[in-house]
Ligand binder design. Structure first.
Ligand SMILES: [Zn+2]
Length: 363
């Protein structure tokens, strides 16, 4: 063998190995992604639910990691900055959604998914324009500017929107409206897709290709006070989105774990985590049967510094939890992952890395 032919063979081997690596990476990209966020859900919240409920669907995951949740301007993040990091892969300041601290819009996971021809949806238990869903569908300097966010979200291209917040969609002059302007965003939304306003209609509807379900004037009723679970809502979202042969990306949020934790309300925290776990069951069952769906479950931050010290538990009930705060904390939160690409979520990382990895998997 001449030196030239030897070099040629080595080059061919390298090219083969390089293409094999690229091919393997492409192979490992999921068709569908379900991104599940327990707002404010730390280790204490999950532990309490595990003690009171018994085994959780969260235990079915074999790959786990942790992430540091701090925002660009504060080691203790809010849901706007944390949602932005998870949705875009970039940190921003507290209060800001979908843009950099300088106000430059950041492309989010759903926008990348639509470029890839996939359907996109959000299913939450808060009002639809709340911080986390806003980070996946809007770009704005202030998370509480719901008037602007509802409008941008309605036109964002989402195929499925399920949650609360009807009073943010009616003009100011309508009774019960929470808007400060006369825009009829419900009509605007109806021009984009069918809209249903009750769980009964949502259950009955022969699901079209796009659908919005706005099921209460404000946040959905808390988990213990409604006759449907986040699991049922997620199943409806998946039923619609899974028709797209190119796949889908769905964000599911257990939004009220955070509200319960701000109120230091232990029974409510437990019931909200269990409700969120019902959605984990729906999504994992789908992913296991489908074989080409990535499910990632995490939190945007921990709320309340919840711990369960000695003597806080009696007869499998958390009777004296210790709350170190009525607000968010800097504590790391867990990540659970299943499906193609899941191993990339193992280990300890930063919240923005979680978002960036997710975007790489959808591109
Ligand atoms: Zn909060």
């Amino acid at each position: 063998m001449t030196i030239t032919s030897r070099i040629r063979s080595i080059c061919i081997i390298f090219i083969f190995l390089f293409s094999a690596t690229i091919f393997a990476q492409a192979e490992n990209k999921p068709k569908n992604i379900i991104f599940m966020i327990g707002d404010g859900m730390g280790i204490g919240h999950i532990t309490a639910a595990r003690i009171e409920n018994g085994p959780l669907n969260l235990e079915r995951f074999k790959i786990m990691g942790m992430h540091m949740t701090g925002s660009a301007n504060d080691p203790v993040t809010d849901s706007a900055a944390a949602g932005t990091a998870l949705a875009t892969g970039y940190k921003t300041n507290n209060d800001m959604v979908g843009q950099t601290p300088d106000g430059v819009p950041l492309k989010n996971l759903m926008e990348y998914a639509r470029e890839a021809g996939k359907s996109t949806g959000i299913t939450v238990t808060s009002i639809l324009p709340h911080a986390t869903p806003a980070a996946f569908s809007a770009h704005h300097v202030a998370r509480y500017h719901y008037d602007v966010i509802t409008e941008e979200q309605a036109l964002s291209g989402l195929d499925v929107m399920i949650g609360g917040g009807l009073s943010n969609y009616y003009p100011k002059s309508f009774s019960g409206s929470r808007r400060k302007d006369e825009k009829h965003v419900l009509n605007l939304l109806r021009q984009q897709m069918p809209v249903v306003l009750s769980i009964e209609t949502l259950r009955k509807i022969n699901a079209p290709d796009r659908l919005a379900a706005i099921l209460s004037p404000g946040h959905l009723p808390e988990a213990s006070k409604r006759d449907y679970t986040l699991g049922e809502l997620s199943a409806k979202a998946i039923e619609i989105l899974a028709r797209n042969q190119k796949g889908f990306v769905l964000m599911v949020e257990g939004s009220q774990i955070d509200l319960a934790a701000h109120a230091n309300d232990m029974p409510r925290i437990t019931s909200e985590v269990i409700d969120f776990d019902s959605a984990v069951k729906t999504c994992l069952d789908f992913a296991e049967a489908d074989g080409n769906t990535l499910v990632v479950v995490t939190a945007d931050h921990e709320t309340a510094g919840l711990t369960l010290p000695m003597k806080s538990i009696e007869n499998n009930r958390v009777v004296k939890p210790a709350f170190s705060s009525d607000n968010h904390t800097a504590l790391m939160v867990p990540i659970f992952a299943f499906g193609p690409g899941a191993e990339q979520f193992g280990g300890m990382q930063d919240i923005a890395d979680v978002g960036r990895t997710m975007i790489e998997l959808v591109k």
